[in-house]
Design a binder for this molecule. Structure first.
Ligand SMILES: Nc1ncnc2c1ncn2[C@@H]1O[C@H](COP(=O)(O)OP(=O)(O)O)[C@@H](O)[C@H]1O
Ligand SMILES: [Mg+2]
Length: 248
């Protein structure tokens, strides 16, 4: 990426010129609902009238198309590629290219895939582009932090001690890297123990509130009508009704 003859970082700035805010949904651990939050948040914001993009950056396990029930189809090309519009959300995912095949990327190849997709996707004018991040703050997260100076993060966590420890590490690293934070969202809350709220206070980050464990969520996956009736959608829509919170 430090290769000075690579034109893609310049192309990327151009491709994102019409995008208002860029928000990475992250939070260290896998399985805490980053993809669910990123996808449902995109739908709720689009339903409320915002122009929203959703870019699935978990190349190993892309999931946003599953949550929003989007058929894989090769994107249209036109001096770049157009995101796939689904339910008012502009979507891009490696799943649109790879189908069900595994995408065994590592190291430099991951960076290359990221640069390539960012350089060719025509996002157009958006109020917000949501990036669904892979677990951990590894290659892809560090790459987007370097590539996109305007990037903000929204972290997802829950009260489990293993999650708290790992979100604390993520908060420290993001503070060190000076990445602005939209806030810390508690997902799959089973017990209201205040652990996530305290962690947010410790780092002077907004606590965006709890989303409960929703036993009906699995059945709603991929079905937009049911998805809009889930507690996850309801809570996110309520949280985002005043607009996406400003960063601290
Ligand atoms: N609030 C919730 N209630 C019930 N199930 C949830 C909730 N949030 C996420 N899930 C489920 O948890 C699992 C992991 O979610 P996912 O978004 O893929 O996590 P991540 O992207 O962090 O790896 C999925 O099966 C998803 O449907
Ligand atoms: Mg995910």
């Amino acid at each position: 990426m430090s290769n000075s003859v690579d034109p893609r970082p310049f192309a990327i700035a151009d491709r994102l010129a019409g995008v208002g805010r860029i928000v990475g949904v992250s939070g260290s651990k896998g399985g805490i609902g980053k993809s669910v939050v990123a996808s449902t948040m995109a739908l709720a914001l689009a339903d409320a009238g915002s122009r929203v993009g959703l870019f699935d950056l978990d190349f190993t396990s892309p999931s946003d198309h599953v949550v929003l029930g989007v058929e894989r189809s090769f994107p249209d090309e036109q001096f770049g590629i157009d995101p796939h519009e689904a339910h008012g959300v502009q979507m891009m995912s490696i799943a649109f290219f790879a189908g069900e095949a595994a995408v065994p990327l590592r190291g430099a190849a991951t960076t290359n895939a990221l640069l390539e997709l960012l350089a060719i996707t025509r996002w157009g004018d958006l109020d917000v582009l949501i990036l669904d991040m892979p677990p951990g703050l590894g290659d892809t997260s560090l790459d987007v932090i370097n590539l996109l100076p305007r990037l903000e993060f929204l972290l997802v966590g829950n009260g489990s001690r293993v999650v708290i420890e790992s979100v604390r590490r993520a908060l420290s690293l993001l503070a060190e890297l000076d990445v602005p934070l939209v806030g810390l969202l508690e997902n799959i809350q089973r017990v209201a123990d205040g652990a996530v709220a305290s962690l947010a206070a410790e780092f002077d980050v907004a606590y965006l509130g709890p989303i409960p464990f929703d036993p009906g969520f699995e059945a709603a996956l991929g079905d937009i009508r049911l998805l809009r009736e889930t507690a996850v959608y309801r809570e996110l829509a309520r949280m985002l009704a005043p607009g996406l919170p400003a960063t601290k």
